[in-house]
Design a protein. Structure first.
Length: 264
């Protein structure tokens, strides 16, 4: 394969892996059960301008497998250190039980967002920062927000203070501030109305040609898709995720209907 000089190898490989993964999951639904979190590819790749023999390729694959296992372990919510506020003090905590957007889910959610790299991203239900950390690892400019004061020190630490303590139903940002909103609202049914009440805010803050990507529980699918359609957003991507063959959830990507018509 020839790559024009104006494109970096990393850009081309990221594009190919992302597009191919999406097509495979769309065509072969059973892959979603086998590859939990729809994390199909490793982060790395092997490239040589002078050629590789079979032995070198096998060594690379083995090394990459070890790197993947280490990365997943280091980024797992129960392993990584996160700063929290407790009893009026900021402390280091490990073993956070808020399992939203674990590393494999975050990778897949970012993949289907299909970002160029120059977008400004917001996660208004940031929690302990699973999606935020994945955004930062890819070089995106990301802002985080959450209602819980306990997690603010940790979000401030990982985002270099690009975070705020705020209710997603009333966020302190101007209209049309963000290119992309990527978030996982609470799954619990007791927060359903609060999540629905936050949707007008998300639509308000997104740019006219922006994207809204939501990782939601199955029982919120109908009400969220109905609202977004009435708000003028087209459902571009819809993937079903299963955890341990029990909890069913969806990753939905919305784009404004006007932008979708112009671009696609």
């Amino acid at each position: 394969m020839d790559i024009p000089p104006k494109y970096s190898v990393s850009e081309v490989m990221g594009f190919l892996k992302g597009k191919l993964a999406l097509r495979l999951f769309e065509k072969y639904e059973h892959l979603g059960h086998r590859y939990w979190g729809r994390h199909l590819w490793s982060r790395g790749y092997c490239v040589s301008t002078i050629g590789l023999d079979e032995d070198k390729i096998r060594k690379y694959v083995k090394w990459q497998e070890q790197q993947d296992k280490k990365e997943l372990l280091d980024n797992a919510p129960h392993q990584r250190i996160f700063y929290v506020e407790k009893d009026g003090e900021v402390k280091q905590a490990r073993g956070q039980r808020r399992k939203r957007a674990v590393s494999r889910d975050a990778k897949f959610i970012l993949n289907i967002s299909e970002l160029n790299g120059d977008e400004v991203v917001l996660d208004p239900f940031a929690g302990i920062g699973g999606l935020v950390i994945e955004c930062l690892s890819r070089g995106f400019k990301v802002f985080a927000s959450d209602l819980d004061p306990v997690v603010r020190p940790g979000l401030a630490h990982v985002t270099n203070n690009r975070c705020t303590l705020a209710d997603a139903r009333k966020l302190p940002f101007r209209d049309g501030t963000f290119d992309v909103i990527i978030t996982e609202p609470p799954f619990s049914t007791r927060y359903r109305q609060s999540v629905m009440d936050s949707l007008p805010e998300l639509c308000r803050m997104i740019k006219p040609n922006g994207k809204i990507v939501l990782f939601i529980a199955q029982d919120m699918y109908d009400c969220i898709t109905d609202y977004m359609a009435k708000a003028g957003f087209h459902l571009v991507r819809d993937f079903t995720l299963r955890r341990n063959d029990k909890l069913i959830s969806h990753v939905l990507r919305f784009e404004h209907s006007r932008a979708y018509c112009i671009g696609g």
